[in-house]
Design a binder for this molecule. Structure first.
Ligand code: FNR
Length: 361
C-alpha cells in the first residue's frame, strides 16, 4: 500500500487506484440517481451522541453474541459478490481476516471462491447468504453443501427479484467470470450486447416468484437458522417474525436495488419496535465509522454488517487490508464507547443518541 489510510473511507481511493474501472464502478456504485447511496452515509450525520461522563472507562468490552456465537465486536462482514475481482485470493482472504478479527463473515451466494474453499481455509464463524434460484434444486444443493461445511446460518436476501438499475454497470457492460460455486450446475457467464451482463444473469437465474410461503420451503430443506436480509418496514418485519425467521437484517442492499428507499439507519428503529425483541435485528448500509456502529446499536441493532469498505480493503491489500478495515472500525467503536460512558455493549441505550427522524409508528 502506498500510504497507510487513516480511516476506513480512505481505503476507497486505494481501491480506485488498483482496480480496473469496470470493477471499481461495480463495487462502489448504487442504483439510478444514487440518492439512497448518499443518504445511507449522510443519515448517520443527522444522529448526535448523548455521552455520559464520569463512568469508569478503564475497561471497555466490545464483545457480543449473534445467534449465540460470541464475536469480538458487533461488526460483521456483509455478503458482497465476486471478491476475486478485487483480489486473487478473493473470499478466502476475507474469511481469514474475519477469523483473525474474531468476527462473522457472511459469504455471498455469488462468491468467486467455493463454499468448500472458504470453509477449509480458516476457522471463521461463517453464515451463508442465499438467493433463491429458479432452479430450486440447485439452491437446495448449495444449502446442503453450506450445511455440510459448517456454516452456521442462512441469510436469505429478499430484495432482489430483479437486479437494480446500476447505470455504471450498464455503461461499462459489466461482465464477470463464471462463479465456481455453480460449476457443473449452471452457467453464470452471460453475454449480452446491451447493458450489464449481471442484470441479464440475474434475470435468467433468480426466482422472481419468491414469496413469504417459500420460507416454509427453505425451512423444509435445512436445519440452519434463517435470517431475512432486506427488510425496511414494520409491515415486513412483522411478517418475517410470523413466518419464524431467526433474525432480520435491515438493509437496502447498499442502495444497489431500489433507489429512493430511505437510509437504512432512519428505519432501523421502526423495524426494531415491530420485532419487539422476538428475534435479533442486524443492520447494514453506510457504516464507515465507529460512531456509526454505536448509533446503530443505540437504535436497537444487535450488530452491524460492513459491505464496501471490506471490499476496498481487500482490493488495497488482500487479507491484511480487510483486517485493517475491521480493526479501524473496532478501534473507533471502542473509543466511542469509552467517550460515551458505555463500558460494555449492553450499556449502549436509546438515550445515548438523539435523532431527527420521525418517531416510529
Ligand atoms: C453487495 N450486497 C450484496 N448483498 C447480498 O445479499 N448478496 C450479494 O451478493 C451482495 N453483493 C454485493 C456486492 C457489492 C459490490 C456490494 C457493495 C454490495 C449488499 C451488501 O450485503 C450490503 O447490504 C451493503 O453492501 C451494505 O452497505 P455498505 O456497507 O456497502 O454501505
Amino acid at each position: 500500500m502506498a500510504t497507510e489510510p487513516g480511516n476506513v473511507n480512505e481505503f476507497r481511493e486505494l481501491a480506485r487506484q488498483v482496480l480496473p474501472k469496470m470493477y471499481y464502478d461495480f463495487y462502489t456504485g448504487g442504483a439510478e440517481d444514487q440518492h439512497t447511496l448518499k443518504q445511507n452515509v449522510d443519515a448517520f450525520r443527522r444522529i448526535m451522541l448523548r455521552p455520559r461522563v464520569i463512568v469508569d472507562a478503564s475497561k471497555i468490552d466490545m464483545s457480543t453474541t449473534v445467534l449465540g456465537y460470541k464475536i469480538s465486536a458487533p461488526i460483521m462482514i456483509a455478503p458482497t459478490a465476486r471478491h476475486q475481482l478485487a483480489h486473487p485470493e478473493g473470499e478466502v482472504a476475507t474469511a481469514r481476516a474475519a477469523a483473525a478479527c474474531n468476527t462473522i463473515m457472511v459469504l455471498s451466494n455469488m462468491s468467486t471462491c467455493t463454499v468448500e474453499d472458504v470453509a477449509s481455509s480458516c476457522n471463521a464463524i461463517r453464515f451463508f447468504q442465499l438467493y433463491v434460484l429458479k432452479r430450486r434444486d440447485i439452491s437446495a444443493q448449495i444449502v446442503h453443501r453450506v450445511e455440510n461445511n459448517g456454516y452456521k446460518a442462512i441469510v436469505l436476501t429478499v430484495d432482489t427479484p430483479r437486479l437494480g438499475r446500476r447505470e455504471a454497470d450498464i455503461k461499462n457492460r459489466m461482465v464477470a467470470p463464471q462463479l465456481r460455486n455453480f460449476e457443473g450446475l449452471l452457467s453464470t457467464e452471460v453475454h449480452t450486447d446491451k447493458g450489464s451482463n449481471l442484470e441479464a444473469l440475474v434475470k435468467g437465474m433468480y426466482d422472481t416468484s419468491l414469496s413469504w410461503e417459500d420460507i416454509g420451503w427453505l425451512k423444509s430443506i435445512t436445519n440452519l437458522p434463517i435470517l431475512i436480509k432486506g427488510v425496511l418496514t414494520h409491515e415486513d418485519a412483522r411478517k418475517a417474525v410470523e413466518v419464524g425467521v431467526a433474525g432480520i437484517v435491515v438493509s437496502n442492499h447498499g442502495a444497489r436495488q431500489l433507489d429512493y428507499t430511505p437510509a437504512t439507519i432512519s428505519v432501523l428503529e421502526e423495524v426494531v419496535h415491530a420485532v419487539g425483541g422476538r428475534v435479533p435485528v442486524l443492520f447494514d448500509g453506510g457504516v464507515r465509522r465507529g460512531t456509526d456502529v454505536f448509533k446503530a446499536l443505540a437504535l436497537g441493532a444487535q450488530a452491524v454488517l460492513v459491505g464496501r469498505p471490506v471490499v476496498y480493503g481487500l482490493a488495497a491489500n488482500g487479507e491484511r487490508g480487510v483486517r485493517r478495515v475491521i480493526e479501524m472500525l473496532k478501534d473507533e467503536f471502542e473509543l466511542t464507547m469509552a467517550l460515551s460512558g458505555c463500558p460494555s455493549v449492553k450499556d449502549i441505550t436509546r438515550s445515548h443518541v438523539t435523532t431527527e427522524f420521525d418517531k416510529p409508528r
